[in-house]
Design a protein. Structure first.
Length: 454
């Protein structure tokens, strides 16, 4: 039996959580990533040996044997030197999703799937299970601000997992309870068509334990013919669903509300992070926690103490001079939800958005929809496409979005010129949007907008 685990792409949010889990289990852990980041720095401080050159000589010698568990992310290209080294030496690397499925075998899984909202929903669900139940192990797609980690550890039977539709990863999970937050077209580079993507969601929900539960967002269109378990519906405020919020009041950007459940009302709730879309996420998380046996009477306090997730509608600054929110939104519907949430929080104020498109294929497939959502802003700064795992596609640039945006106050801007451009602006409310390396600007922008102490 091996006691070593090596991760190719260790700096990814899902990969790093699994790396932390194996280190907790007593494994010696090392890995490679393309570039250093705050997260890889944290892993190094936790004792993991990490390098940033894709070369065999960089792999620590003790990991270069067939007994090592080698885990890789599908974001790693097929021509990776290290990936092919392990394949050629007889140690077949295993995808991250398969390893997560292996870990989940001995747990009762609470899975959160969906093209939007799954990171905030799963992190809130993990917080609820920790505070009002007997805890959970959780593999999260973001850094919880309550626990400053993407991994929660517990001896509990419950495991919260973000069930990622990319590369059909979620088909490795067989949950007891599953939430599906949305199934809008995305990842068409993987699925080819929206119909095929929805079929994959249908396959996922068919894997729910027949004695378990599906919690489905109202209006989510996925095949249901193979569902064997009980199904509950949820929504933001539709009284025709099983779980919903009502008596919603806005106070300084934060909401007070009641939650209807089939077992009764949870009244006077306040969520610890802003945005109407997060009330909807909270309803889903509350539904799953109750159906997992959490104490309904304690949920109110747990909601209030939830601090959110880094880069998920993250309120960085809110002072009389200006406000700044950073959000991971990278799909047209996510942009729409973020911008309308900001508009509701700060009525009548001027909203400037900085957006970095993520992937050439997503930009090509949804250029019209991106432009529609970005037209909800007052001003737009549009950056170049962040390619991530992709090579350029001829004719696909940020301009195909830019040309369709209907607001007059819009400019294109390179990442090199962004801070200079912002420094010259009279900023009222700012929101940065995107899943690429726009996160590198969050701290500098926060510093730029924070008044200097005299």
């Amino acid at each position: 039996m091996t006691d070593r685990a090596y991760f190719i792409g260790i700096g990814g949010i899902g990969m790093s959580a699994i790396a932390r889990f194996y280190q907790y289990e007593g494994y010696e852990v090392a890995g490679y990533d393309k570039t250093p980041s705050d997260l890889t720095g944290e892993l190094q401080n936790e004792g993991m040996e990490i390098h940033f050159s894709d070369c065999v000589a960089c792999i620590p010698e003790q990991f270069r044997n067939r007994d090592t568990l080698v885990v890789y992310t599908p974001a790693v290209p097929d021509n990776s030197v290290e990936l092919n080294y392990f394949r050629q030496t007889g140690n077949e690397p295993v995808k991250r999703s398969a390893v997560l499925g292996m870990i989940a075998r001995d747990k009762k899984v609470l899975a959160v799937a969906g093209t939007h909202g799954k990171t905030t929903t799963s992190t809130l669900l993990a917080h609820l299970m920790t505070v009002v139940s007997d805890g959970c192990t959780a593999f999260l797609g973001g850094i919880s601000k309550n626990y400053n980690s993407n991994l929660l550890l517990s001896k509990s039977k419950w495991m919260v997992a973000e069930a990622d539709e990319y590369d059909r990863s979620f088909l490795r999970l067989y949950p007891h309870i599953a939430i599906v937050t949305a199934a809008d077209a995305d990842h068409l580079d993987i699925y080819g068509t929206e119909k095929e993507m929805k079929k994959s969601f249908g396959d996922f929900v068919s894997q729910i334990d027949p004695d378990g539960v599906l919690i489905l967002k109202e209006g989510t269109d996925i095949p249901s013919d193979k569902i064997k378990c009980r199904t509950y519906s949820y929504s933001y405020d539709n009284k025709g669903t099983d779980f919903y919020a009502f008596n919603i009041e806005l106070n300084r950007g934060f909401h007070k509300f009641d939650i209807h459940t089939p077992a009764g009302t949870i009244d006077n709730c306040t969520l610890g992070l802003p945005g109407w879309v997060n009330i909807e996420n909270a309803v889903a998380a509350v539904a799953a926690s109750i159906l997992a046996g959490a104490d309904r009477k304690m949920i109110r306090n747990a909601l209030e103490t939830f601090s959110g997730v880094k880069r998920r509608f993250d309120l960085r600054l809110n002072i009389p001079e200006h406000a700044y929110i950073d959000d991971y939104a990278h799909h047209p519907e996510e942009l729409r939800a973020s911008i309308t949430s900001v508009r509701q929080m700060f009525p009548g104020r001027k909203i400037l958005g900085v957006f970095q498109p993520h992937l050439y294929t997503r930009t090509r497939d949804f250029a019209v929809e991106f432009a529609e959502s970005l037209s909800l802003l007052d001003e737009l700064i549009l950056m170049d496409i962040y390619p991530a795992r992709e090579l350029p596609i001829e004719g696909v640039t940020s301009e195909i979005i830019f040309d369709r945006v209907r607001i007059e106050n819009r400019i294109m801007c390179s990442r090199e010129k962004l801070m200079e451009t912002l420094a010259d602006r009279d900023i009222d409310v700012l929101i940065t949007l995107g899943a690429g390396d726009i996160d590198r600007f969050v701290e500098p922008i926060t510093k730029l907008l924070t008044p200097k102490m005299t």
